[in-house]
Design a protein around this ligand. Structure first.
Ligand code: NAP
Length: 255
């Protein structure tokens, strides 16, 4: 896809979503971005316009609220009446590393409501328009936790396994249409992800990446752009991206 278009990115206020917004802006695409923190998106907008986005629309979005998803989708449709071309279904989080019996009900609900039900709500809000217009490329933000598991990660892994199942099902359901769907499945990426997971504890978060070289959010954005910019008949089903220092969820080389 060499032409420009409109990319809609959820969870665009930081990390992978923000870097992906920058990459599409650099490529001359317009952006519809959503997250709960509007001030962060407001702060990003001038830069996105300056590096090449013809138009940037941001709107508050809590993917775990169906009402918020509906409002977000309706505003995006009003701002971009020709519809979106790319959907980066990226909003997500992990909370804590407690074993199943120690995790709190609140942590479990928030992770599943965001990563599973939230991602599904976004798909249900944007897919009908894509099908009507016969164009669109969906990126679901998976993880290596979508096919590997580790102790203390049951709920996060369950959420990404579930999303993986949704992606694979949609690939079957979209067969026969020109729509494309790609699962992006990274290993360790240094973003706010670990800080959020450890409730704002910066030291604990920094220790996750100590002595190894993690992926950057830009590494992931580059891959999303690569997949989006393939010719229309090419679907990259899945991209698994790992830091060279990470061989599995269990094996990380630290210097
Ligand atoms: N970092 C990694 O190692 C890694 C590896 C594999 C996969 N992933 C996945 O990559 C995605 C992005 O994570 P990241 O690493 O970029 O972490 P991040 O920097 O913490 O970004 C997470 C983004 O999701 C948004 N978000 C969280 N809950 C939301 C909600 N209820 N509604 C709307 N937006 C919400 C956050 O925005 P607000 O707080 O403003 O709402 C933020 O923009 C996630 O799906 C994560 O599971 C990350």
């Amino acid at each position: 896809m060499t032409r420009t278009g409109v990319a809609c990115i959820t969870g665009a206020s930081s990390g992978i979503g923000a870097a992906t917004a920058e990459e599409f802006a650099r490529q001359g695409w317009s952006l519809a971005i959503g997250a709960r923190r509007t001030t962060a998106m407001q702060a990003m907008t001038a830069n996105l316009l300056q590096i090449g986005a013809p138009k940037v629309f941001h709107h508050q979005l809590d993917v775990s609220s169906r009402k918020s998803v509906k409002e977000f989708a309706a505003s995006v449709a009003t701002e971009f009446p020709m519809g979106i071309d790319v959907l980066v279904n990226n909003a997500g989080l992990a909370l804590g590393t407690a074993r199943l019996t120690q995790a709190t009900d609140e942590e479990i609900d928030q992770v599943l409501d965001t990563n599973v039900k939230g991602a599904i709500s976004i798909l249900r809000a944007f897919l009908p328009g894509m099908l009507e217009r016969n164009r669109g490329h969906i990126f679901n933000m998976g993880s290596v936790a979508g096919f590997w598991v580790y102790e203390g990660g049951s709920i996060y892994a369950a959420s990404k396994h579930a999303l993986n199942a949704v992606t694979k099902t949609l690939r079957l359901e979209l067969n026969g249409t020109p729509l494309r769907i790609t699962s992006i499945d990274p290993g360790m990426v240094e973003t706010s992800f670990s800080e959020v997971r450890f409730g704002g504890d910066k030291e604990k978060a920094a220790a996750v990446y100590k002595g190894m070289t993690p992926l950057t959010a830009k590494d992931i954005a580059d891959c999303i752009w690569f997949a989006a910019s393939r010719p229309a008949h090419v679907n990259i089903d899945q991209m698994v991206l790992m830091p060279v220092d990470q061989a599995s969820v269990f094996k990380v080389h630290r210097r």
